[in-house]
Ligand binder design. Structure first.
Ligand SMILES: Cc1cc2nc3c(=O)[nH]c(=O)nc-3n(C[C@H](O)[C@H](O)[C@H](O)COP(=O)(O)OP(=O)(O)OC[C@H]3O[C@@H](n4cnc5c(N)ncnc54)[C@H](O)[C@@H]3O)c2cc1C
Length: 424
């Protein structure tokens, strides 16, 4: 296999990763005087903030992913390839991938981050991550398979591990999953599985820190905690899960919980790329870049988004790994690549924090804007509005909107299906 990209006299920009950062950059370079190759191991862009709704049967996977080729149907200078970046040969300005090598003038690494298992191989082998739409779908299948098994099991001892769920990590993902599971217990299980005794279902949320959502305000953390307690989630703050063998989750204090499902949302680690010197990598596999997103000491190589480690006066430990940072970096880098090619000065990146938010359940969300913090029903509508308008594609927006209205009016989610991939 080969890339089959013609050589032209345009500068070739290779973008590895079609997530928030890479896709924004490619869109800004469309119809510009560059030859752009956008490669991704998937042929689609994923909207990660709504993975948990796919896992909870609230949305179809197809509503939160978008085919990369469709974005660039009318952009002749953008070549999309489904390819897995394996390594970079900096001296020859070439990348190696599973479909062959490719020369670049500028390489932008936008491969994002993956689940951080903190070196615990047993947890990695048994817990469920939430970093791709396939993983979200896996959780949906397991969740409903376990409810089916629970109604068909003979005693409490058999049922308990099928019904109890452990979530690890009290950041936005963990909090949103816990809230959604609690709502499912309240509104769906009694209708679909009337034989299940709701008191037998325990949803545990473990968080190593003192407060939930620790990158958000005190008010947001306190309110999120109250909302989850109101919904019946068992909160375990300043407690870590140290082991999980697929049946028993072990807490740092030695106590255990029998469960078929540990959902791991406890942190991310950069998708490191081979071939670059060790000195460019820092904590959690982030690639050190300067104010122009250029990799330190590696001429022509850039990184944006979750993978990039860039400091600013206000962010001495790097930027938060959120979509806005990736998109703002991608947008500025498009301008800076043009300046670099035209031998003009580049502009230093400054992150404009537009705020952060998390939803815990119906009429329960927390929003921190730079000058205003609010929680509750209004925050929930704001959360929905912002997410709806951030999803790529008009059809996806309409489908998600329709699903949300339907779920809101009926207290129901219509996708409680166990559909497993077919294996030959
Ligand atoms: C469950 C969840 C919920 C989140 N919720 C929010 C939220 O509400 N708000 C918010 O701002 N942020 C949220 N985030 C974080 C946000 O999604 C990330 O900060 C953002 O996606 C980073 O963008 P990126 O472009 O750096 O990487 P990504 O968007 O992760 O894109 C990386 C791309 O690179 C591809 N890739 C990876 N490795 C390779 C390789 N070797 N070869 C080829 N392609 C590769 C991947 O397929 C992917 O398409 C959430 C994340 C998760 C997991």
């Amino acid at each position: 296999m080969a890339f089959n990209i013609p050589d032209t006299n345009q500068k070739r920009v290779v973008i590895a990763g079609g997530g928030f950062g890479g896709l924004t950059l490619a869109r800004k370079l469309a119809h510009r005087d560059f030859q752009v190759v956008l490669l991704d191991k998937n042929n689609y862009h994923q909207f990660q903030p709504l993975f948990y709704q796919v896992a909870m049967a609230g949305l179809e996977p197809s509503s939160i992913v978008f085919p990369l080729r469709k974005v660039f149907q009318k952009s002749k200078n953008i070549h999309v390839r489904m390819a897995h970046l394996q390594s970079v040969e900096h001296n020859s300005r070439t990348i190696l991938t599973d479909i062959g090598p490719l020369r670049y003038d500028y390489l932008v690494l936008a491969t994002g981050a993956d689940t951080n298992w903190y070196g615990n191989e047993r947890i990695r082998a048994n817990a469920i991550p939430m970093k791709s739409v396939s993983e979200a779908l896996f959780l949906r299948n397991l969740l409903f398979e376990d409810y089916e098994k629970a109604v068909a099991s003979e005693g409490f001892d058999q049922r308990q591990p099928l019904l109890d769920i452990v979530i690890v990590g009290g950041g936005p993902t963990g909090v949103e999953v816990a809230g959604a599971l609690a709502e499912m217990k309240k509104h769906i299980i009694p209708k679909d599985y009337p034989d299940i005794n709701l008191d037998e279902i325990d949803i545990h949320l473990f968080h190593g820190e003192k407060k939930l959502l620790n990158t958000m305000s005190e008010e947001a953390s306190a309110k999120a905690e109250r909302f989850l307690i109101e919904l019946g989630v068992k909160l375990h703050l300043e407690k870590l899960i140290t082991d999980y063998d697929g049946k028993t989750a072990t807490v740092a204090d030695g106590s255990t919980i029998l469960t078929d499902k540990v959902i791991w949302a406890a942190g991310v680690i950069g998708n490191r790329v081979d071939g670059l010197p060790d000195t460019v990598w820092t904590r959690a596999n982030r690639l050190k870049v300067d104010a122009f997103n250029m990799a330190e000491g590696l001429d022509g190589i850039f990184a944006v988004g979750d993978l990039a480690f860039q400091t600013e006066e206000k962010f001495p430990n790097g930027h938060p790994q959120v979509a806005q940072v990736a998109m703002q970096q991608g947008a500025l880098l498009a301008q800076n690549l043009k300046n670099l090619r035209d031998q003009k000065p580049m502009k230093a990146f400054r992150y404009k924090d537009l705020g952060s938010m998390a939803t815990i359940g119906r009429h329960r969300a927390v929003v921190d804007l730079p000058f205003w913090k609010f929680q509750g029903a209004f925050a929930w509508f704001v959360w929905m509005f912002v997410h709806l308008f951030s999803i790529l594609g008009a059809k996806n927006k309409i489908f998600v909107f329709f699903n949300w209205v339907w779920n809101y009016l009926t207290y129901d989610q219509s996708l409680r299906l166990v559909i497993k991939p077919w294996k030959r």
